[in-house]
Write a protein that binds this ligand. Structure first.
Ligand code: FDA
Length: 586
């Protein structure tokens, strides 16, 4: 067929990246169409760890509570347990995802949102339903085949998988959210780095009531030290909670070179019995598939009018739970920029900042996730098992761990250290929060990026340095507590100042009107619309009372003036200058 359709933005894929791109774009009023290959959303739970930065995007578009109602709450994510099997010997635990007494305050101080555990089977329908309600069009059973772009737009060739009919869609922009085997990224010939496929893992989903082994030590992940498990895969055998404590995913490594084993019922039962540590349980397998441990990231995420988001441009194992989080945050970065350019309130050059800002993140998270697999090797090393999969050696090591004397002391200490080191996977708050953007959509203020005072992977460090996300703290409006993040966002720019900064707000009103742009005025201080009764905003803002932050629709600081302006003219000239720099001249 030759029928042709039109949309402003065509999104390929309905995973976390595509569904959230559609949601954000539709929320901003953009005409968006999603096409997706299969006749359904994800039927496997895959990504589940949902971090605070992702939840902040959901809060911004009004879906935070919806997800919290459906997800496993933060409290039940509290341990990561290392053992020989669920029924077997426990080797140690890591209090995880910020739930320990020592870390909980760090997490709560950084965000109005909590972490939660929401598998893709929960998130995708929530995102897609909201996207549809806000105007996104969705076509299932529709496969992306190819595209070509010109000065005005993109022509994408699609195939209706029910009828086999091929047709074209014409759009202003194309978003490739088509996952780890992205055709869009391949067609763009995006440059990739990293070794590629580094291991194989089996994913088996089953229902079984395992409460008696786990309910007293709630974990998202139970890691099993079993001979052979460490060969490839994610380092050890894993049982992952999908629904407490009845639905599970089993992970087990295999050598990619050999190819995956035959996933027969018998083989799966054998694995499950081994990891649970007894055959005294019933199970029902609902899905089975091998997947690849990848180490691959694109160093450029876009060309012209075509942008890739999500696993299309970063491919890595589930360690650290960064996959869908990064995918959603990619789309959050891109969506407001597309909305502005389509609305005519920004020059197309703004779109170049997507690549500049997100490509370094792609690399960072792929490296981090793979490093976490290597770090699990420390546990094997601690027990002297890194060069063997001999079950007898495991028995010896376990005995040594319980033996008195210096040898036992050394094994115990080494194992404690190796397990504690896994905080780089399970409490890597800094990895999640410390993203700093350097691009044309950020105007430096001449100050160097503040140095990290603590380990930058473990600890979040808020700053208003241009390119960082606006720090969260609780302030009040009419006496009611709101987050500073609630003062910004919703697709619009904000100008955040305090007493002595009235000229910034006057300039914002004038320039906003001239540019057809919403520049939301925010003034924080005694007697202002927003007050800082705890005094924490004054501690975090890194500006004088009358200084200013220009905050982008995604909550990142685009520009900052530490001092109050000397005159209304100066305020106007500064704001005009930074808006010109970021959005292009009007
Ligand atoms: P995703 O693969 O989800 O979606 C791709 C979409 O594109 C699908 O809708 C597909 O149908 C569509 N598509 C593909 N080709 C197409 C074509 N030619 N035409 C049309 N449509 C096409 N991440 C995380 O953050 N936390 C976690 O805890 C975990 N855990 C985890 C466990 C396991 C076992 C795995 C395998 C993975 C994880 N991940 C994870 C990673 C996570 O699953 C992954 O990062 C996200 O699903 C990526 O989302 P995307 O939307 O980019 O791709």
């Amino acid at each position: 067929g030759t029928a042709s359709a039109r949309t402003d933005v065509l999104v390929v894929g309905s995973g976390p990246a595509g569904a959230s791109a559609a949601l954000f774009l539709a929320t901003y009023g953009v005409d968006v169409t999603v096409v997706t290959k299969y006749g359904r959303l994800s039927d496997t739970p895959r990504a589940h760890i949902t971090n605070q930065r992702t939840m902040e995007t959901m809060r911004d578009v009004g879906l935070e509570q919806t997800l919290m109602d459906l997800a496993t709450p933060w409290e039940l994510m509290s341990n990561t347990t290392f053992c020989t099997s669920l029924a077997g010997e426990e080797l140690g635990r890591v209090e995880s995802w910020g739930t320990s007494l020592a870390r909980k305050g760090d997490y709560e101080a950084q965000s109005p949102c909590h972490m939660l555990d929401a598998p893709q089977t929960i998130t995708e329908p929530v995102l897609m339903k909201a996207a549809q309600e806000r105007g996104a069009k969705v076509r299932f059973d529709t496969e992306y085949l190819s595209h070509s772009q010109d000065d005005e737009g993109v022509t994408t060739r699609l195939r209706d998988r029910l009828t086999g009919a091929e047709y074209s869609v014409r759009s202003r922009y194309l978003v490739g959210a088509d996952g780890a085997r992205s055709r869009v990224a391949a067609d763009l010939d995006l440059p990739f780095e990293g070794p590629g496929a580094v291991g194989g893992a089996l994913g088996i989903i089953f229902e079984a009531d395992l409460s008696r082994f786990v309910a007293h030590r709630p974990s998202v992940l139970y890691w099993m030290l079993q001979p052979g498990a460490e060969k490839e895969g994610v380092g050890l055998g894993v049982l992952r909670m999908i629904k407490p404590w009845h639905e599970w995913m089993l992970m087990w490594g295999y050598a990619v070179a050999d190819g995956p084993p035959d996933l027969t019922d018998e083989y799966i039962r054998e694995l499950a019995v081994m990891l649970v540590g007894t055959d005294d349980f019933e199970m029902r397998v609902t899905a089975r598939s091998p997947w690849t441990v990848n180490h691959h990231y694109a160093t450029s995420l876009a060309r012209g009018r075509v942008f890739c988001v999500g696993d299309a441009v970063h491919r890595h194992p589930p360690t650290n739970g960064l996959g869908s989080n990064t995918s959603v945050q990619d789309s959050y970065n891109l969506a407001w920029k597309l909305a502005h350019v389509l609305r005519g309130t920004a020059s197309p050059s703004l779109l170049e900042s997507y690549d500049a800002e997100r490509a370094p993140i792609a690399r960072q998270i792929v490296e981090r996730a793979n490093q976490s697999i290597a770090d699990t090797g420390r546990i094997m090393q601690a027990l002297g098992l890194d060069d063997t999969s001999d079950p007898a050696r495991l028995e010896e090591a376990l005995a040594a761990r319980k033996a008195p004397g210096p040898e036992g002391d050394a094994v115990r200490a080494a194992l404690r250290d190796a397990i504690a080191y896994k905080s780089y996977e399970f409490n890597a708050h800094g990895v999640e929060h410390n993203q700093r953007y350097v691009s044309t959509a950020v105007v430096p203020d001449g100050t160097p990026m503040p140095e990290f005072r603590r380990d930058e992977q473990l600890y979040a460090q808020p700053t208003t340095w241009p390119g960082a996300k606006l720090p969260h703290t609780w302030v009040t409006r009419d006496g009611h507590r709101v987050s500073t993040l609630d003062l910004v966002g919703r697709g619009e720019w904000s100008v955040v100042t305090g007493i002595g900064g009235a000229s910034w707000l006057a300039a914002a009103a004038a320039l906003g009107a001239a540019r057809g742009l919403q520049l939301r005025p925010v003034s924080i201080g005694p007697g202002e619309a927003v007050e800082d009764p705890y005094g924490t905003w004054a501690q975090l803002r890194e500006t004088d009372d009358g200084g200013v932050l220009l905050v982008r629709p995604d909550g990142y600081v685009a520009a900052r003036s530490i001092a109050a302006p000397d005159s209304p003219e100066e305020a106007h000239a500064w704001l005009a200058g930074v808006l010109d720099a970021v959005l292009g001249p009007v």
